[in-house]
Write a protein that binds this ligand. Structure first.
Ligand SMILES: Nc1ncnc2c1ncn2[C@@H]1O[C@H](COP(=O)(O)OP(=O)(O)OP(=O)(O)O)[C@@H](O)[C@H]1O
Ligand SMILES: [Mg+2]
Length: 471
């Protein structure tokens, strides 16, 4: 069964308090008891020490007058009230009794008797059923040459001590019980106060769904543990909110991008339907429709890539990819395209640099950057490519003398669907996904991508990737 933290806290709190009460009580009673007993032992043993001189003559004969008690009090000043005094013959028979304790008789058990024969005094506490206990000393009287001539027993009532203990016990029990109840109740409320914010966090967290991710938990005290927890949960909700917003934006953008070619396609098909069977005209319409279909499949492929790149890193087996080889492959691929557009494509530096990655994705990264550089550089422009190693990193640079990017657009070029000049890039066939795919690839393999540009003068993209171990 699961108890709430509040219940457990209160339980532990009260239990600890109870344990400390009990141990304090035990220590206190033990030391009080020892003090009492030491005192009583001293008192009875001093009486027992005096007695042999009063009742035994030097020859070892017992001298027992008719009224033993009066004799003790009058002649020797030994107080008999509260004490019980017994004289026993060597074989244990009681021969004189003076009792200030009613009808009490003191026992002489075997062990005590054995001690007495050896000349050793014995202290005992005798518990009497239904009555107070008695502390007793049994002291042997031994004379030189005669051995054990008598045993003197002095008992003193422990009534006072027992009464003190009884009252202390009740005071302790009631005091402790009352304190525990009060501490429990206060503890219960304190725990509620301390854990109140947790209840608030739970309530807010329960309320929050996709629709109200803008809600936050109120934080009263940011410094304490619960304040930190609430702040952390708030930060988590904020990140969730951001992700949700991004996903929403992404779906909106994606549908919008697909809608445009679909509308064009629909228009073209309607024209074709209305056409009068002119083969040339039909051909033009179909060609133009195919372009839109290509554009759409391009967008869909890019979208799929974007969702796959981060996920596939775990699944894909990483390979040693030689960037200098990838660069040459891409250079060969784009040579013709650049030439057609009147752009000079050059490799200015190509040093061996090996990274650990999926070769297809690295190819795609190079493709997108070189494709942009050529696309956004006019006739007569130049595109320079380089690969080299620098500070444990592989570096890939694409530098062009093209249209450049305005500084206000620079921070956004890696955003999904972001295009600087919508009209022109649509002509060039771009959906604004190329650079976000590059960023995703680079970050997946632990690298960085950055851009520097001056409007009208050209752009430089720099990619760094960690070198493969051992290269
Ligand atoms: N080398 C460059 N010179 C000037 N502008 C650039 C350059 N590279 C990118 N841009 C600008 O950044 C925008 C985003 O580039 P990105 O590659 O993401 O999209 P795209 O090229 O428009 O479309 P896609 O690559 O998806 O076909 C481009 O539309 C363009 O305006
Ligand atoms: Mg592009």
């Amino acid at each position: 069964m699961a108890f709430s933290i509040r219940t457990r806290l209160t339980f532990w709190y009260v239990s600890l308090l109870m344990i400390s009460f009990l141990s304090m009580g035990a220590i206190f009673s033990y030391s009080l008891y020892s003090t009492f007993i030491t005192r009583i032992d001293a008192q009875i043993s001093s009486v027992a020490d005096m007695l042999p001189h009063t009742v035994i003559n030097p020859k070892g004969q017992l001298f027992l007058p008719g009224d033993f008690a009066i004799m003790l009090e009058r002649f020797f000043g030994i107080r008999t009230s509260g004490n019980h005094i017994q004289i026993l013959e060597p074989h244990g028979k009681v021969v004189a009794v003076s009792s200030g304790l009613g009808k009490l008789t003191l026992p002489l058990d075997k062990e005590t008797y054995a001690n007495a024969i050896k000349g050793v005094s014995t202290f005992e506490t005798i518990k009497q059923r239904g009555q107070f206990s008695v502390r007793m000393i049994s002291r042997p009287v031994i004379l030189k040459g005669r051995g054990l001539v008598a045993i003197v027993q002095v008992g003193s009532s422990l009534e006072l001590m027992e009464e003190v203990f009884r009252s202390l016990f009740y005071i302790f029990i009631f005091g402790a019980a009352a304190s525990l109840v009060i501490a429990g109740v206060i503890g219960w409320f304190l725990a509620r106060k301390a854990l109140g914010p947790v209840t608030a966090i739970t309530a807010t967290a329960r309320r929050i769904g996709a629709e109200n991710l803008n809600e936050r938990i109120e934080v009263d005290n940011r410094g304490d543990e619960i304040g930190k927890l609430a702040t952390t949960v708030n930060e988590m909700i904020e990140r969730l909110e951001d992700s949700f917003k991004q996903i929403k934006q992404f779906s909106a953008d994606a549908s919008h991008e697909l809608k445009t070619p679909l509308t064009i396609l629909k228009g073209e098909m309607e024209i074709a339907l209305r056409g009068h069977g002119d083969a040339e005209f039909m051909r033009e319409v179909i060609e133009s429709s195919l372009e839109e279909v290509d554009r759409m499949s391009g967008i869909v492929k890019s979208l799929l890539d974007l969702t796959k790149i981060g996920v596939e890193k775990e699944a894909a087996t990483l390979e040693q990819v030689h960037l200098e080889i990838v660069l040459m492959e891409r250079f060969e691929h784009f040579k013709r395209f650049a030439l057609d557009r009147g752009v000079t494509l050059k490799v200015v530096k190509n040093e061996p640099a090996v990274v650990e990655a999926d070769p297809l994705r690295i190819g795609q990264l190079f493709y997108n950057l070189i494709d942009n550089a050529i696309k956004y550089t006019g006739k007569g422009g130049q595109v320079e490519l380089s690969v080299y190693k620098e500070k444990e990193k592989a570096v890939f640079k694409v530098k062009d003398t093209g249209v450049g990017i305005m500084s206000e657009d620079l921070p956004h070029v890696f955003d999904r669907f972001y295009r600087v000049d919508k009209a022109r890039t649509r002509e060039a066939g771009g959906a604004g996904l190329g650079l976000s795919i590059c960023k995703e690839i680079v970050e997946t393999y632990g690298g960085t991508i950055s851009v520097e540009s001056s409007h009208g003068a050209g752009t430089l993209f720099t990619v760094t990737l960690p070198l493969a171990s051992g290269s």
